[in-house]
Design a protein. Structure first.
Length: 293
């Protein structure tokens, strides 16, 4: 599995970083839409992928014709799809047992796991700005995690499921980053989704969940916003940045989720939440500042 930035030797496109930020602004809405869906949580994940799949395949068709995936690349895409299905299943179930903000904080533990991978496995040493940003983001994440546990012990079950989802998501992003070396983003996302959909359906049926919805609106919005636009932008951006920058950008999602939880579910922000969000925002600013020689 390739684990370094696939196109690090090329100049980063102008829109790559805005795409990365926009993806992390859109994806947190998925936690809200899962709560509004009238199917089981894993079934909601199945519909998220399945409704978006025809659009993804149409967008990927040109890339598949121009650069057909090799057998090894198809194996990586299938593996990424299965890992992504595990991520969605754990996260969507966890959403129902904790706050919206908590679900996104813990579901995006990859924001810390990816920099740890870069430091410990890839031996990538951060520059001064990146080191300060990583320290700020880690401190902010720890404050938000502590606040989650202290606020209510009943959130713990959901929080643990979301942490598990974060582990799966880290593995998914690393596999996708390797696949993006030769394939375009739509080819990667469509191929991965082809493997995710049946895995999620089998899981939902095994859990005895309701699969057919009475109200399609939340599921259609979930598929178009989270899978097609949000995941599409993230899959494009993942090929241009190091695991450190990717990880720090993912920590933007808890800030958006905290605001959505406050607006829609009356989940008030604690002082610790506010401190953590400010620290993460500062880290994102720092990581984009040019390093001084």
């Amino acid at each position: 599995m390739q684990t370094s930035t696939p196109v690090a030797h090329m100049a980063t496109p102008r829109f790559a970083f805005p795409a990365l930020i926009l993806a992390n602004l859109i994806l947190p809405a998925g936690a809200v839409l899962v709560r509004f869906a009238d199917v089981g949580p894993v079934a909601a994940a199945f519909w998220r992928v399945t409704i978006a799949l025809p659009f993804l395949c149409l967008l990927a068709a040109r890339g598949w014709r121009r650069t057909p995936p090799t057998a090894r690349e198809w194996s990586a895409l299938v593996l990424s799809g299965i890992v992504f299905a595990a991520d969605l299943a754990a996260w969507h179930v966890g959403i129902l047992y904790t706050k919206v903000a908590n679900a996104t904080v813990f579901g995006n533990m990859s924001g810390l796991f990816l920099p740890a991978w870069a430091l410990l496995v890839l031996r990538q040493r951060p520059d001064r700005n990146q080191a300060i940003a990583l320290a700020l983001a880690t401190a902010g994440m720890m404050v938000m995690m502590a606040g989650s546990y202290e606020l209510s012990i009943r959130n713990l079950h959901g929080d643990l499921l979301c942490v598990l989802a974060g582990l799966f998501y880290t593995a998914y992003l690393l596999i996708v980053q390797g696949a993006r070396g030769r394939l375009d983003s739509w080819s990667v996302l469509a191929g991965s989704s082809l493997a995710s959909a049946p895995a999620l359906l089998l899981c939902a049926l095994a859990l005895g969940e309701r699969v057919m919805p009475g109200n399609w609106t939340p599921l259609i919005l979930l598929a178009l916003s989270s899978q097609l636009v949000g995941q599409g932008l993230l899959t494009y951006a993942v090929g241009w940045f190091s695991p450190l920058v990717l990880g720090l950008s993912l920590l933007l999602q808890p800030a958006v989720s905290a605001v959505l939880g406050w607006l829609l579910f009356d989940e008030w922000l604690s002082a610790g939440d506010m401190v953590g969000l400010v620290a993460v925002a500062a880290a994102l600013v720092l990581v984009r500042l040019p390093a001084r020689p």
